[in-house]
Design a protein around this ligand. Structure first.
Ligand code: HAM
Length: 424
């Protein structure tokens, strides 16, 4: 039996890398005063189809849909923002002091063509600030993303755009519809349908979006109101003050329909513009909460694709996770008579937060050493029948070997571990 296409088994040092990265991300977002929210992995289909957009690829082609035994239409969540807005509305979380600052971590599912950087099950780590609209909150979210990328030693490109309000977008859509109608014979069937339904989606179509005439279609900034211009300029000038480099890209529409005003993406600095290299996507959404029956409150946030982030990590961070995998102590159980004592020692060391393993079946000393070495242990504790009678064991660390009282074992082992850390 094999795993389904587009999924991954995560284990060993890769699992450590996931833990290390998510721990760091959680530490950072907590500094920004975000608190955790968990929502179900499956939701009613409407949560996404009514908000992410019927014409978006995510809803029209990529949802894992199923009916339960009571014929309810459910989907595996393709993203986190809509679920969170559903939860905020349903639990009336907006009744608390605003803005709400939430973060989430978990698997998302999109039925995409798997390739490097694109899976059918992937992990998102995201943040949302809900309940207020200000370019300074957009800036705060972008600062949070740059802090994360910098602390992981990742070099990035930030692309940013403003998709303005719905009224402005209507005018832009009219211009796009008129423009794309002239190029029908060069567009796919799906894009032709979108000319009238949602012409913006042609800009982020995986194939048509790259065509020259699409890249030079009318730009949204030609339709900005003075308010939109001021809002966007305030955000950009703040980014400048914070020395955050950005590139304004008026073709950046993102794959979800709920965005209004600010949208942004972070890409690895040396990447092409291919969509599967973007590691963070986000933006502002004015009308999402009200679609779930909540008040008319705006939100802003981003989501990181954890696997994409991890595949770009510099070697120093990756080697940290390999070190994390290593065992500190291996206890050598040499005889049936000492197995119980050996296990008690293993337990004592673990209680003292020392990463320890042992050979539960007694073996010859050379075999036990081999096993410990394979697990990466640096310190070996030999439990033999003669020493144990005197409550003693032999501790071996590099070229040193010493008989140690069991009562002193934790202290002595800790001092050896310090010595080993200092040498490294
Ligand atoms: P998104 O751009 O669709 O935005 O996804 C965010 C990130 O998830 C992407 O930049 C990418 O790193 C990762 N990602 C998406 N699809 C895949 C895939 N098939 N395989 C691997 N990684 C993938 C959202 O989902 C929005 N909810 C973000 C947001 C939060 N906007 C406001 N708040």
């Amino acid at each position: 039996m094999q795993k389904p296409k587009g999924t991954k088994d995560i284990y060993g040092s890769n699992a450590n890398l996931h833990n290390l990265t998510t721990n760091l991300l959680e530490e950072i977002v907590k500094l920004f005063n975000f608190s955790k929210i968990e929502t179900p992995i499956f939701e009613f289909k409407d949560v996404f189809s009514k908000t992410v957009g019927q014409t978006s690829e995510i809803v029209s082609k990529e949802m894992f849909e199923f009916t339960d035994k009571s014929q309810r239409n459910l989907v595996l969540r393709p993203e986190g923002t809509a679920s969170i807005m559903r939860a905020v509305a349903e639990n009336k979380m907006y009744a608390k002091s605003l803005p709400l600052k939430l973060y989430y971590l978990g698997p998302m599912f999109r039925y995409e063509n798997p390739q490097k950087g694109r899976q059918r099950q992937f992990t998102q780590f995201g943040v949302e600030i809900i309940g207020a609209k200000s370019p300074f909150l957009d800036a705060e979210v972008i600062l949070c993303a740059t802090t994360i990328l910098k602390s992981l030693g990742l070099k990035y490109k930030l692309k940013i755009n403003s998709l303005a309000d719905l009224k402005t977008r209507k005018e832009w859509f009219k211009a796009l519809t008129l423009y794309f109608s002239k190029f029908e014979n060069q567009l796919s069937k799906t894009s032709i349908k979108r000319i009238k339904e949602n012409p913006m989606r042609i800009l982020d179509d995986k194939v048509d979006g790259k065509k020259d005439f699409v890249l030079s279609s009318p730009k949204i900034n030609q339709f900005y109101s003075q308010d939109t211009k001021n809002y966007f300029q305030t955000l950009l000038s703040f980014l400048k003050v914070m020395d955050i480099k950005y590139e304004v890209d008026y073709n950046l529409v993102r794959g979800l329909d709920y965005y209004t005003d600010t949208t942004f993406e972070f890409l690895p600095v040396d990447s092409s513009t291919s969509s599967q290299s973007t590691f963070i996507g986000g933006g502002r959404y004015d009308n999402l909460l009200s679609q779930f029956g909540g008040p008319n409150l705006s939100g802003v946030g981003f989501a990181i694709g954890l696997e994409r982030l991890i595949s770009n990590l510099p070697p120093e961070i990756v080697s940290q996770s390999e070190n994390n995998e290593q065992l500190s102590v291996f206890v050598l159980n040499l005889d049936d008579q000492v197995t119980k004592a050996a296990l008690a020692i293993v337990y004592m060391l673990r209680q003292a937060n020392i990463k320890t393993d042992w050979n539960f079946q007694p073996t010859k000393i050379s075999k036990a050493f081999d096993k410990g070495a394979k697990l990466g242990a640096q310190i070996f504790i030999i439990v033999g029948p003669k020493d144990i009678v005197n409550n003693q064991v032999v501790v071996k660390f590099q070229s040193k070997q010493k008989l140690v009282k069991i009562d002193d074992l934790v202290q002595y082992t800790t001092s050896l571990m310090k010595e080993s850390d200092e040498k490294n």
